[in-house]
Design a protein around this ligand. Structure first.
Ligand SMILES: Nc1nc2c([nH]c(=O)n2[C@H]2C[C@H](O)[C@@H](COP(=O)(O)OP(=O)(O)OP(=O)(O)O)O2)c(=O)[nH]1
Ligand SMILES: [Mg+2]
Length: 135
């Protein structure tokens, strides 16, 4: 399949002061439905990935991102879709995180992320987050 078919997705890792990560459960009818996800969505034609991250996190979580750092990028081929997950750690934001799209949500300690079924592409993201805080 042509490389141009790959969907570029901005993904945000949002942590609270305890280090717990905010995740939501994808609606059943969507691609990778019922799996848990980090907030985010597709980069639109008129924006760069950081703009997409800010827009998606406002739309989905009601926060205004003030600063974020690139964390990792995962290119993954599902049988039905090719994605590039452009993952950022949100380091500063205004507002209180609130799921805006009726999805189930949770704040989860890093070591408990394995208990939540994520899309296959997320596995290296989760491992890397957990490795950072392993002691
Ligand atoms: N947001 C997000 N998407 C993920 C993750 N892991 C993963 O494989 N994906 C995939 C699922 C989808 O194919 C794609 C993101 O699409 P999306 O449905 O969230 O896009 P969007 O928010 O722009 O939604 P829409 O406007 O198309 O309704 O990336 C993840 O952790 N977070
Ligand atoms: Mg989304």
């Amino acid at each position: 399949m042509a490389k141009s078919k790959r969907v570029h997705v901005a993904v945000g890792v949002i942590q609270n002061p305890d280090g717990d990560v905010f995740i939501s459960r994808r609606h059943a009818h969507l691609h990778q439905g019922n799996k848990w996800e980090f907030p985010g969505g597709k980069v639109e034609a008129d924006e760069d990935v950081y703009q997409a991250l800010c827009r998606e996190l406002f739309e989905e979580c009601n926060i205004t991102v003030q600063a974020a750092a690139p964390f990792t990028a995962i290119s993954f081929d599902y049988p039905d879709k090719q994605v590039l997950l452009d993952v950022w750690v949100v380091t500063e934001f205004d507002g209180a995180v609130r799921q805006q799209e009726g999805q189930e949500w949770a704040w989860v300690p890093l070591h408990q992320l394995d208990a939540y079924p994520f899309p296959e592409a997320n596995q290296p993201i989760i491992e890397r987050l957990q490795a950072q805080t392993a002691r």
